[in-house]
Design a binder for this molecule. Structure first.
Ligand SMILES: [Zn+2]
Length: 351
């Protein structure tokens, strides 16, 4: 998206507005009409939310993972000692094989129907346990594809949220915990623990100590920008703290629940650095931007409009600050940087 294109979009919006003005017979003097077409000063070259562009920036090689067999629609990655990741290169789940059965961790609907066949290639043992990382339908809504009646383990808050959701595709957990839970099956161990609200209440850490694997879903996105608004984090300060906590923990392979590959400590370090840079950029923009400047005087009795204009200018400055350093380091920077800046300025103002 070039600045020229943005100007062009502005002209189109102005023309559309003019049509509506005529259609509804609103009175508006030429001065206020022309003010509506003015751009914000120093408008970023990255398209703002809701503006369609021809082509997003290319995904850098650092964000890619091993290819998917298109006919199968998924791939399986051996994480060692009976633990496997299954992924369609957009979602990730895991399964652990022990002497008498299989423990599945999450069942994302996009490939959940393939989980039984993926397991069957490794073992003929039944699925005895299912662990929910958290309550969100996009990670566990394929639970019924596993068949049978596995023991379902989750956090207390996940049970609470699933009772409220009353979704037949997300059967209720049968075993819950509040702080820590160790699952021992045969000679295999998974350590489940809760580290507070960040993405949503009940989102747990799943550690496989023998395999040196940590699974935390919807918090770290190896090689990529977090999903919009820091992956819809319900507590942004808590989310930032959780990314740092993951970085301090002892593991070799991170399974983040999304994107095309597993993560390393370098990926977590990069996200910590990005989070800090967004926070600093938004804080600086909040401090250096004055509400109401440049606003149409006719809107000054509308506090919602005053704040909308202020927040737009803060977010624009935040995007401008981050673009030179980050636009080529994390995949999809251009897709979600406005969302991250809007989420950050709001968090800094009210949390
Ligand atoms: Zn989620």
């Amino acid at each position: 998206m070039t600045k020229g294109l943005l100007c062009f979009a502005g002209v189109i919006i102005a023309v559309v507005c003019a049509c509506f003005t005529d259609a509804y017979g609103q009175t508006s003097n030429s001065n206020s009409t022309s003010r509506q077409t003015e751009e914000y000063l120093n408008m970023p070259s990255i398209a703002p939310i809701g503006v369609k562009i021809g082509k997003y920036m290319d995904v850098p090689p650092s964000a890619l993972g091993p290819a998917i067999d298109a006919a199968k629609g998924y791939r399986v990655q051996d994480l060692g000692s009976g633990l496997y990741m299954i992924t369609d290169n957009a979602y990730q789940s895991m399964f652990l094989v022990y002497d008498r059965g299989v423990v599945v961790i999450d069942a994302p609907p996009p490939f959940a129907e393939h989980i039984p066949e993926a397991i069957a290639k490794v073992t003929d043992k039944p699925v005895t346990h299912l662990i929910y990382s958290h309550s969100h339908a996009d990670h566990i809504g394929g639970a019924k594809s596993l068949g049978g009646h596995p023991i379902i383990i989750a956090h207390d808050d996940t049970l609470r949220l699933l009772k409220r959701a009353a979704d037949p595709n997300r059967p209720l957990p049968t075993v819950t915990f509040s702080d820590k839970y160790t699952l021992r099956v045969g000679n295999k161990v998974l350590e489940l623990s809760y580290h507070g609200n960040a993405h949503e209440p009940g989102n747990i850490f799943i550690s496989a100590p023998a395999q040196r694997v940590l699974m935390v879903v919807d918090v770290v996105f190896p090689g990529w920008m977090p999903w919009r608004r820091f992956a819809l984090a319900q507590d942004i300060p808590g989310y930032f703290a959780q990314v740092e906590e993951i970085g301090r923990m002892d593991w070799d392979t991170l399974v983040g629940g999304h994107v095309a590959r597993t993560g390393t400590h370098a990926d977590v370090d990069m996200q910590v650095e990005f989070d800090r840079d967004v926070k600093n950029a938004a804080a600086k923009a909040l401090a250096s931007t004055t509400p109401g400047v440049g606003l149409n005087p006719a809107d000054k009795g509308n506090p919602w409009a005053v704040f909308d204009d202020y927040i737009d200018r803060v977010a624009g400055q935040c995007v401008n600050t981050l673009t030179p350093k980050w636009s080529n380091r994390l995949a999809a920077f251009d897709v979600y940087i406005w969302d991250q800046c809007y989420a950050m300025e709001q968090s800094l103002r009210i949390e």
